[in-house]
Design a protein. Structure first.
Lengths: 100, 162, 623
């Protein structure tokens, strides 16, 4: 029983709720980053406790994924917002259905 | 000494939790980004407290130095009128996320780790290089390739659209 | 096993080559060449069978055989394509090739104006090939192969003029009725294999069957002696092929084919395959008295009924067809009275005179331009003189006029029936003699002697090619009876002469002459002795076809319709095929709503899946 993990779980679920709360794609990205952050804290906590340095690589993978995802995602977001003039996922869906 | 660190970690974690709740209720996206920056900062502090100073610096560099800046720039590029916050009215996702968190909670409760808490967790940098460049070299290479690919992809994408 | 006959394959090869040339390369050859190839191949085969028979007899062996190749050679079953020639198969081979050749020659003239000339000859050659395979085969399975092959050729040739729907129907009927018998053949083969393989013998050859007969005798299947089952099933198969009582209905309809076909397949050779089969396995049959009783009664009834029906028929070919059934009944009676040699003798003579009768009937039909009704003929005595004499010879032979071939062979069978002790059947056989004389005289009188008021127009007279085979057949029909003793010596038996009281010995002649005289009187003097109901009954063939229609075909059709409606349409089509399809369509329509490009939904399902995994792992227990 480690309180740190429980905090991590709470942070993770809060970021999930944040994700679902908004229909803004930018907000979703931020929520994903936050949930990955919670994951990272849990990872480092485990590393701290067990000194299994392989977890370090996992940690680095997480960081890389977060960075790459944000990079590509934001690029797409920018182009979409330039065309459709919105970043709301619901509105974008509706527009897509019109184009069908 | 250890107890103090544990206490500090818990305090910082609770601060992060409070900031998360604040994010949940704030409406201005710039504020949210600022809060996010704070969260990353505090996380890095936790790492540093646990003894992984190198990781803390790495974390700061990637998140606060790259990602937050990226977010800010995107917000700058996208018209400010576009990103008005709007509350979603779906309940199933909320429910599921809560259930999921509860599951994670249960799992964390049941995980038993062989605690090897040492007095000094300062990583020897030679050990670190050994881990990164000897033991897991290929994996790290793949990670870096992935990152490069992401950067190239982003640049290429934006270039094409323009 | 040093009985290798290296030249046996030469018998069956020429008809096959003839078939291949006529069937596959029909465009490269003209009609004349085609008929030449077909006839010569059968002649060649005839010559080779004579030579092989001479080899067989000269070397004094009981049989010679030749393995052409192994079809299946496994531990659990061994089927060689193996030819086997002994006296019995030698006789059959000689009949098939000899009469086959004469009929080939006859067909050249008969089918001259047909547009499918080459196809006809290719089928005839194929038939000869399959018949030889049936006759010469060493084991039951290859016999069955030949059996099916001749059935196929029979089907093809009955429906040769397929433009007429009646012909196609007759072909179909023949094929289906034959298949009923074939099913029993398969059952018999399976039982044989089952019993012999349990004894460690994996061959189905006749030699092995005869050698290991004790296994078959001592075993029972479901409480029934297996020897009875095998013989009974084979008898049913023979019933199908040789047109005996329950399954004889196809043969009269089979007359829809060209007349040479009727002569070759449906009188002389193919229909005797059943008798050959039983004669081949006669050792097996002699172990069961019950099956002998069944055969003798069934064949007696068949023979009687078909002879009665023949009296009422109008179509010349149908009269001959019913007469064939009746004569086949004689052969089965001869088998069942315990003497297969006598019935083989009758088979031979019958092949001559029945082929002769059919061919001369064909000549009449041909020269009258397709008329088959005997009441539209009449007074042909002066117009077709040679045909008149030839038919006279054939008729005398079939009714058993003294010193013709039929007299010897038929009387021999009747004597054996008397010797076997079954007096009722003996009396039936005498009545059949009377009836045979009656309907043959009736046919002969109406066709040749009686004056017809209508003018009969002769299209063309039969030419030399058509008459030549008839002369040969007539010669044999007259004289082949004298060689009965040699025939029995050939078959290595000495049972030819029987001492019987004179009254019994000459009873057939009395019945025959009575039949001839009464028939002659009735039909020349126009004595109208007509029993309306009986004649109606006879003309409609005792309503056997109608009975089949009502009892078997209609319920089957109804059943088939029900199966079609409820199982095929409702169960398979509607529920299984379309139902499954629509089920998947509806499921996919529902699931495609998940694909709504809504990120929240995607993440929801992701989380659901992850939760399911976590729960699963948690229940299994984390280690």
């Amino acid at each position: 029983m480690d309180l740190v993990y429980i905090f991590c779980a709470l942070i993770f679920s809060l970021s999930l709720i944040n994700f679902f709360k908004s229909s803004n794609i930018l907000m979703m990205f931020i929520s994903i980053e936050l949930s990955l952050n919670a994951l990272n804290i849990a990872l480092i906590r485990t590393l701290y406790k067990t000194l299994n340095y392989d977890l370090l690589i996992l940690f680095m993978i997480t960081i890389t994924i977060a960075a790459a995802e944000v990079g590509i995602g934001l690029a797409i977001l920018i182009t979409v917002s330039k065309i459709e003039n919105t970043v709301d996922s619901d509105i974008l869906n509706k527009i897509k259905e019109i184009f069908k | 000494m250890n107890e103090i660190i544990e206490l500090l970690v818990l305090i910082i974690l609770s601060i992060i939790l409070i900031i998360q709740i604040l994010i949940l209720f704030s409406k201005n996206i710039i504020t949210i980004v600022a809060y996010t920056f704070l969260i990353f900062l505090f996380s890095a502090t936790i790492f540093a407290l646990m003894g992984f100073k190198f990781l803390a610096i790495l974390y700061l560099i990637t998140y606060t130095g790259a990602i937050i800046i990226l977010f800010l720039i995107s917000i700058k590029i996208i018209q400010p009128t576009v990103y008005k916050q709007k509350l979603s009215k779906r309940f199933l996702p909320f429910l599921i996320s809560i259930i999921f968190s509860a599951l994670i909670f249960i799992i964390f409760k049941h995980i038993k780790l062989n605690d090897i808490i040492t007095q000094n967790n300062n990583i020897n940098y030679l050990t670190l290089t050994d881990i990164i460049f000897n033991k897991n070299f290929i994996l790290v290479e793949i990670i870096s390739l992935m990152l490069i690919a992401a950067i190239i992809g982003t640049v290429n994408y934006l270039k094409k659209e323009n | 096993m040093n009985n290798e006959g290296l030249y046996l394959f030469l018998i069956i090869i020429p008809p096959l080559i003839g078939f291949i040339i006529n069937f596959l390369f029909s465009r490269c050859i003209n009609n004349k060449l085609s008929s030449l190839i077909a006839s010569l191949s059968v002649l060649l085969s005839f010559v080779f069978s004579i030579l092989n028979t001479i080899i067989l007899k000269k070397e004094g062996k009981s049989f010679i055989n030749q393995t052409i190749f192994w079809w299946i050679n496994q531990d659990f079953i061994k089927i060689p394509i193996k030819l086997y020639l002994d006296s019995l198969s030698a006789i059959m081979t000689l009949i098939v090739t000899g009469i086959g050749f004469l009929i080939h020659v006859y067909s050249i003239s008969y089918m001259r104006k047909d547009k499918d000339f080459k196809r006809f000859f290719s089928y005839l050659n194929l038939f000869i090939f399959f018949m030889l395979l049936l006759v010469l085969s060493d084991n039951l399975i290859i016999t069955f192969f030949g059996w099916e092959g001749v059935g196929l050729c029979s089907y093809l040739l009955i429906g040769f003029w397929y433009e007429n729907i009646e012909n196609s129907k007759a072909a179909k009927k023949a094929f289906i009725v034959n298949r009923i018998g074939d099913a029993f053949f398969i059952a018999a083969i399976v039982i044989c294999y089952f019993l012999l393989s349990s004894a460690g013998i994996y061959e189905l050859s006749y030699i092995e069957l005869n050698r290991n007969i004790s296994y078959l005798i001592n075993s029972t299947i479901l409480g029934i002696p297996s020897v009875f089952l095998i013989t009974f099933f084979l008898f049913l198969a023979a019933c199908g092929k040789s047109a005996q009582f329950p399954l004889y209905v196809w043969l009269p309809d089979a007359m829809a084919g060209p007349t040479p076909v009727s002569a070759l397949i449906h009188a002389a050779t193919m229909v005797t395959a059943g008798i050959y089969l039983i004669a081949r396995l006669f050792v097996l049959y002699s172990y069961s008295t019950l099956i002998m009783n069944i055969i003798i009664w069934v064949s007696a009834i068949t023979s009687l009924i078909s002879a009665i029906i023949a009296i009422g028929q109008k179509d010349i070919k149908k009269i001959l067809a019913y007469s064939t059934i009746s004569q086949l009944g004689y052969m089965f009676m001869g088998l069942a009275s315990g003497n297969y040699q006598a019935s083989m003798f009758h088979l031979t003579t019958h092949a001559f005179f029945k082929a002769l009768l059919f061919l001369s009937a064909g000549a009449i039909i041909h020269s009258l331009g397709g008329v088959q009704d005997i009441f539209k003929m009449g007074d042909l005595k002066n117009n077709l003189k040679n045909i008149f004499y030839i038919t006279l010879i054939g008729s005398l032979a079939i009714i058993g006029f003294p010193y013709t071939s039929g007299y010897y062979s038929k009387d021999l069978i009747i004597e054996y029936i008397y010797l076997s002790g079954n007096k009722t059947v003996w009396f039936i056989s005498l009545i059949v003699v009377f009836l045979t004389a009656f309907y043959m005289t009736r046919m002969f009188v109406i066709v040749f002697i009686k004056k017809n008021n209508k003018h009969i127009h002769l299209h063309h007279k039969p030419d030399k090619i058509m008459i030549f085979p008839l002369y040969i057949l007539a010669l044999f029909s007259l004289t082949s009876g004298y060689f009965g003793k040699n025939f029995f010596e050939f078959l290595e038996t000495k049972k030819y002469d029987i001492d019987l009281p004179h009254l019994i010995k000459y009873a057939p002649i009395f019945f025959m002459s009575f039949g001839v005289v009464s028939s002659y009187l009735i039909y020349t003097k126009n004595l109208n002795i007509k029993l309306k109901i009986l004649s109606n009954l006879v003309y409609n063939k005792f309503y056997v076809d109608e009975m089949y229609e009502k009892l078997i075909i209609k319920p089957l059709t109804k059943f088939a319709y029900l199966v079609f409606k409820y199982i095929d349409r409702k169960l398979i089509d509607n529920i299984l095929i379309e139902g499954l399809g629509s089920l998947f369509i509806s499921i996919s329509k529902k699931t495609s709503k998940m694909e709504n490009s809504n990120t929240h939904f995607y993440v929801t399902y992701l989380l659901l899946t992850l939760s399911a995994f976590i729960i699963f792992i948690f229940i299994k227990g984390v280690k």
